[in-house]
Design a binder for this molecule. Structure first.
Ligand code: FAD
Length: 497
């Protein structure tokens, strides 16, 4: 980097983070910078991460991927939301369904109308007015931008996929766009004595890889950002008590449902992610409340198909890297922080960090104010998601185990406490700038976790009882009719074109 210009990007790590970063960089900046990716088959990847959220569609579209080819290559399926079972109370469930609920009104959200309608005697649940929820439980899907004959939005969706196959798919894509892949284990990171920047990587086989800018995609090893540059980590275990996961695939069962299941247990929760060729399962738990043997028993005892491998234990530390970008190293993926997969946000954080890096690409040299702004945005983004995840633990009424009682009694960040109190007292919830999750997501999780608004917006009272009843009935009819006209999810997946 003698003239300060950034011409050579080195990505260290070939997991989901490494190949997502490589492919987006190659697509957008491949003609102006040289991109090298170093990875080690011997070390391997974390090997989990199968559920995503709707912005992944934008990522794939930005690359120009064909959806059908992508679904075939990754054994993918459609995800319309996450079903939370036993979270609020044992035996009760709700869904965080993507997309809108009911109909959007300019000054207040639909759930205010729903609340008033309930006061009028309507017994419908909020989810009776969610197109995504109704399609999910009836196992239906087709890409649908709008509900026919209306200006109401159609289905909002994401994917479940085999993350290993996705990385391979993106590797082929990146290499076709000029990314150079080098196989090898990093033995030493060379630092420039004059400024502490990373100068290059020395591999075990003696190869030296130099670069101007380095993306640390080494997962929890955080080889560059932490081990070489010493950037610390802010832990959030006081709010997010789980610190271990155990993952195991099992044989696929029919039907392949278009949603993720998250089932709460005594000391954590279990995921179930349906793919075309298998079902992904895992237990996320607190080692202070459960031994590995207890998690193992609860995980294997609840599989709905034969297990296809031995369960793999993954210890983790929830939190964030204090500076995502330091000197000439930008951490992307697990090296930059970790939030448990409850709302499937880690792959999104990779997408978002790679996009942010492109937007603030330091082609004329690294400027402190640019780095500072990148770090500020990264911090705000992950803290908002953190709050959303904490909400699921805090607002529970299980009380059947020490784990859940401790969650209910914990003191949450002020930002979350204020949001919960505002919603409880008024039904209002506002999306902060940079908040990944929209109002409808917060509303569903708050109501699903038992935070029922004590009031509604006065606008709602301007409708007579009859007008209200007509509005609700027409929405239900519209949603029911739309869902009935959709093909089965598996029919959509097996379509050849
Ligand atoms: P890794 O996959 O660990 O890759 C690290 C790379 O660095 C590898 O290629 C490795 O070979 C390389 N490397 C490391 N050290 C060296 C070295 N010395 N020399 C050379 N190469 C090296 N996210 C979601 O969005 N949805 C989910 O459903 C989801 N579920 C998850 C469940 C669990 C239990 C966990 C732990 C995570 C989950 N995630 C999920 C997160 C997701 O798995 C990760 O965000 C994603 O896989 C990115 O990982 P990564 O690429 O940062 O790291």
């Amino acid at each position: 980097m003698s003239d300060g210009n950034i011409k050579k990007l080195v990505i260290l790590g070939g997991g989901t983070a490494g190949w997502m970063t490589a492919s987006l960089m190659a697509k957008v900046l491949g003609k102006v910078i040289d991109i090298t990716l170093v990875e080690s088959d011997r070390i391997g990847t974390v090997g989990v991460g199968e559920a995503t959220i709707p912005p992944i569609i934008n990522f794939n579209q930005a690359l120009g991927l064909n959806e059908r080819e992508f679904l075939q290559a990754t054994n993918g399926s459609i995800k319309l939301g996450i079903q939370f079972e036993n979270w609020f109370k044992k035996g009760e469930s709700y869904m965080h369904a993507f997309g809108n609920i009911g109909k959007n009104f300019p000054f207040c959200d639909f759930h205010h109308f729903w609340r008033k309608s309930r006061l009028n005697g309507d017994t419908s649940s909020l989810w009776d007015y969610s197109l995504n929820y109704q399609a999910a439980i009836h196992n239906k899907f087709a890409p649908l931008a709008q509900i026919k004959g209306t200006n109401l939005p159609g289905l909002s969706y994401a994917y479940h996929f085999d993350a290993g196959l996705y990385a391979k798919f993106l590797r082929r894509y990146s290499e076709s766009k000029g990314v150079r892949r080098i196989e090898g284990v990093v033995k030493e990171v060379k630092i420039r004595p004059e400024n502490g920047f990373v100068d290059g990587l020395l591999l075990e086989d003696g190869q030296e890889i130099s670069g101007d800018l380095f993306a640390d995609c080494t997962g929890m090893a955080a080889l560059l950002i932490e081990k070489a540059l010493g950037v610390g980590y802010e832990e959030w275990s006081q709010w997010l008590p789980c610190d271990r996961a155990m993952a195991v695939p099992c044989a696929a069962t029919k039907p392949i449902v278009p949603y993720t299941r998250s089932i709460a247990h005594e000391a954590g929760w279990r995921w179930r992610i349906p793919l075309q060729h298998r079902t992904g399962n895992g237990m996320v738990y607190s080692s202070h409340h459960w031994s590995d043997d207890q998690a193992h028993e609860a995980l294997l005892g609840n599989l709905d198909g034969e297990h296809l491998a031995e369960p793999k234990v993954i210890p983790f530390r929830t939190g964030r890297r204090r500076e995502s970008w330091c000197k000439n190293v930008v951490s992307i993926g697990l090296s930059s922080g970790f939030l448990e997969p409850l709302e499937s946000t880690s792959i999104h954080l990779i997408q978002s960090a790679a996009t942010r890096l492109i937007k603030s690409f330091p082609h004329c040299g690294i400027k402190p104010h640019e780095v500072k702004e990148f770090n500020r945005q990264s911090q705000v983004e992950i803290e908002r998601i953190r709050d959303f995840i904490i909400l699921h633990y805090k607002a529970n009424q299980r009380r059947d185990s020490e784990f859940w009682r401790e969650c209910e009694n914990m003191t949450v960040p002020d930002s979350l406490r204020d949001k919960m109190e505002l919603f409880r007292s008024s039904g209002k919830v506002f999306r902060d700038y940079d908040d990944l999750f929209a109002e409808a997501a917060w509303q569903q999780v708050m109501i699903g976790q038992g935070i029922v608004p004590e009031d509604h917006h006065p606008l709602v009272d301007s409708l007579s009882e009859e007008q209200m009843s007509d509005l609700m009935a027409s929405l239900k009819t519209l949603i029911g009719g739309t869902v009935a006209g959709l093909p089965d999810h598996e029919q959509f997946l097996s379509r050849g074109e």
